[in-house]
Design a protein around this ligand. Structure first.
Ligand SMILES: C[S@@+](CC[C@H](N)C(=O)[O-])C[C@H]1O[C@@H](n2cnc3c(N)ncnc32)[C@H](O)[C@@H]1O
Length: 208
């Protein structure tokens, strides 16, 4: 196993870098010109549930560095692709990129305005907040955002439209389940094989 030895890094940064160096999906993503290994989660889920198609309106929340948008914008190259993140995202072909905070209600209105009175076919969200180091608090904060993404989708998603949202097992997940059950016709939690085993993330796939 390759280890990252740089002296002036914190222990957690060294662990993260060592894991990146030894992760075959990191290498595979690089080889295929994807910006992140996260793309394999979307590919795996879409291969099974087949929601990404051409000529759709798709919004990708928490998009940086951009591998989900790289993948979905290639499939939806005749449609409209919108990507939002707090961080800057390098340009992606066929994709409009916005830098901003999803939790800002003006930003949400701005995203909805982009489709000029129409609705999205797909809302993707891989939003993950910076970890506080407290796993229970982290899952609660992330699940609050997941519910906010569902509220957003209820305003701007077409009937039979799809959402795919990152959620976390643990604190706050019961509220996510209850909200999904009440507001969507189908819902399913998925743990893709490409999601790290020690991560509490679970993807919620719903149809309106
Ligand atoms: C796991 S990464 C997404 C990876 C991405 N799906 C990809 O394929 O490259 C999570 C992203 O969520 C973003 N994020 C966290 N909170 C956010 C917020 N309130 N609004 C917008 N983006 C946010 C982070 O900046 C980070 O880039």
């Amino acid at each position: 196993m390759k280890k990252f030895q740089k002296k002036n890094l914190s222990h957690s940064s060294k662990l993260w870098l060592t894991r990146q160096l030894n992760d075959p999906l990191v290498a595979e993503a690089k080889k295929k010109n994807y910006r992140s290994r996260a793309v394999f989660k979307l590919i795996e889920i879409n291969d099974k549930h087949k929601f990404l198609k051409n000529n759709l309106k798709i919004v990708d929340l928490g998009a940086a560095p951009g591998s989900w948008s790289q993948y979905s914008s290639k499939i939806n190259n005749m449609g409209f692709n919108l990507a939002l993140d707090l961080l800057s995202t390098e340009p992606i072909a066929n994709c409009e990129i916005i830098k901003g905070d999803f939790t800002d209600s003006l930003m949400q209105e701005n995203l909805i305005k982009k489709i000029k009175g129409e609705k999205f076919d797909i809302v993707l969200s891989d939003i993950a907040e910076n970890s506080t180091g407290n796993r229970s608090l982290d899952s609660m904060r992330s699940n609050i955002i997941s519910i906010e993404v569902m509220h957003f989708a209820l305003k701007c998603l077409k009937k039979n439209g799809t959402i795919l949202i990152k959620t976390f097992s643990g604190n706050g997940n019961q509220e996510v389940v209850a909200f999904a059950k009440k507001n969507f016709s189908k819902h399913l939690f998925i743990k893709p094989k490409s999601s790290r085993k020690d991560s509490k993330e679970l993807y919620l796939h719903c149809i309106l």
